[in-house]
Write a protein that binds this ligand. Structure first.
Ligand code: ATP
Ligand code: MG
Ligand code: MG
Ligand code: MG
Length: 496
């Protein structure tokens, strides 16, 4: 490989610390688990750890320029790529973002664009006529178009038909519903070499977005209004996996050294009697499974490495669901029986070997991560083998009766083990929504029921506390408890 992922990563850091005209300091990636009040799911971009600087809440690195590579996960909140992952070749649940920053007016648009262009064309050697540049064309009369950036690209000698205007969705960057934001300019790479500007920002896997340069000049408030920031900042982010693919002329990120060893390992665990081909010769569904597994195992390694545990709720709940789904996909598409094999857990060492070049702390976490994943896989597979026939029969019985409606209560009873004492994992029921498009699943009613269940369990926990301090209450039979608590107004306040 001419451009190994390690070399690409290091070249980026070296350029901004040593070779660009402006010296940057290299700050390590933060954990992917956000602080509790961060207002986002996982850390989803390089800028998250610097948010407070943008908002001028603190001045820790005032007037500094920073470079880094940041672990990012996009499976929830405003940036959620989960439904694309495995289907396309350039969105991952976990990816690394290469970024450079200017805080508090250290430099702004012209310097940022000039350095980005110099690095891509001179240092990485990308051909000019493979690149497109986008800029923000304004929002009604509310936000000004960014003609300054358009002019900068022209001054750098870029052909005007390669500089394209886009609106809010593409060229106005916001980390989440509230927080720092601003217009951005993006650099896209054309694998086709046909130079068709209509293909930019069209989900064409051959014309991919590479680098986003955000010019942070506003703060979005809760009431949706925008206020100017005290100082302007530059925040850029480029996907490492996409850049490595481009530099090696691969159209898929999965052909890079970040993924190919994972595919080899996955194949080695496919049972010979199933004759599953290697990735390049596999059919569409099998390739999807290869990609999903290779993608997810990286995310599991990083998230668990950073201290997340698969559990019932929150981002830990999301992690658990993803492990379970990956386990099932391995079984259904590649016929890897997790009960005996625990494939995902077995992929952790090779994943760690690849990623620990950049994140050496993963080595110490290897065994723990393997144990956690193995536990989930084995447990899930036991549940799955009971749940699958039950779920299929349940739906088929309905269809036989020409009933095409699965109510919120049906979903709840399946999920909560009210039918034959078998708990059907939610992720399985969700997938059946896709498998049986003629059947309607009432998810919103299910969610209402779940909220009601949470409310009830809160009531019971208040009750439990109460009986410890109030003997009279404990004398009542269980079915009187709810009424009793409802009558008790001070308790009701606690519950609501
Ligand atoms: P896209 O339009 O391709 O979904 P984006 O506009 O959502 O990308 P940004 O938020 O601008 O992405 O992030 C900066 C860069 O990070 C992108 O230009 C891209 O190179 C990379 N990137 C974003 N999302 C992903 C992902 N899910 N997997 C891999 N790389 C990504
Ligand atoms: Mg996106
Ligand atoms: Mg985009
Ligand atoms: Mg973008």
């Amino acid at each position: 490989l001419q451009w190994s992922s390690s070399r690409v990563r290091q070249t980026f850091i070296d350029y901004f610390t040593r070779h660009s005209q402006i010296p940057h300091i290299n700050i390590p990636s933060s954990s992917v688990i956000p602080p509790k009040d961060a207002g986002t799911y996982f850390v989803n971009s390089g800028m998250n750890q610097f948010k407070s600087i943008f908002l001028s809440h603190q001045d820790k690195v005032s007037k500094q320029c920073v470079v880094n590579y940041q672990k990012c996960i996009r499976v929830g909140g405003k940036h959620n790529d989960l439904s694309d992952v495995g289907h396309d070749t350039y969105h991952h649940t976990f990816f690394e973002m290469l970024g450079n920053w200017s805080f508090n007016n250290s430099y702004f648009k012209r310097e940022a664009c000039t350095m980005a262009y110099d690095l891509l064309t001179r240092i990485y050697g990308i051909e000019k006529n493979r690149l497109f540049f986008t800029y923000f064309n304004g929002e009604n009369n509310l936000i000004q178009p960014d003609y300054e950036t358009k002019q900068i690209w022209m001054d750098l000698g870029i052909d005007s038909n390669r500089i394209l205007p886009f609106g809010m969705k593409e060229n106005f960057w916001e980390m989440s519903e509230v927080g720092p934001c601003g217009p951005c300019t993006e650099i896209h790479y054309d694998h086709t070499s046909q130079g068709d500007p209509l293909q930019v920002n069209r989900d064409n896997p051959r014309v991919v977005e590479l680098w986003n340069l955000v010019f942070m000049q506003y703060e979005r408030r809760q009431d949706k209004s925008l206020i100017p920031l005290h100082n302007c900042h530059v925040d850029t982010g480029m996907g490492l996996e996409r850049l490595v693919a481009v530099l090696n002329s691969f159209e898929s990120n999965y052909d890079t050294d970040l993924f190919t060893p994972l595919f080899d390992t996955i194949h080695s665990y496919c049972h010979p009697s199933c004759s599953i081909p290697v990735y390049s010769q596999a059919n569409k569904n099998q390739q999807y499974a290869y990609r999903l597994l290779a993608d997810h195992v990286r995310m599991f390694t990083i998230a668990i490495g950073d201290g997340l545990i698969p559990e019932k709720k929150g981002i830990g709940g999301l992690l658990k669901k993803m492990i379970e789904r990956a386990t099932r996909i391995a079984y259904e598409y590649l016929h890897i029986d997790e009960e005996n094999v625990a494939i995902i857990s077995k992929l952790i060492p090779i994943t760690t070997q690849i990623l620990s070049q950049a994140y050496p702390d993963l080595n110490e976490k290897l065994n723990r991560t393997m144990e956690i994943i193995k536990y989930c896989e084995v447990n899930y597979m036991k549940k799955y083998k009971l749940a699958k026939p039950l779920l299929e029969k349940f739906i088929q019985d309905k269809i036989l009766k020409s009933d095409y409606f699965i109510s919120g209560d049906d979903i709840y009873r399946l999920y909560a083990g009210k039918i034959n004492h078998v708990n059907v994992p939610l992720e399985m029921i969700e997938d059946y929504t896709r498998l049986f498009p003629v059947v309607k699943f009432d998810w919103s009613n299910f969610e209402e029921l779940m909220r009601e269940e949470t409310r009830k369990s809160k009531i019971f926990s208040v009750y439990n506390k109460t009986i410890k301090t109030n003997e009279n209450v404990s004398q009542h039979p269980t079915d009187k408890i709810l009424d009793l608590i409802k009558q008790c107004s001070s308790l009701k306040q606690t519950i609501d």
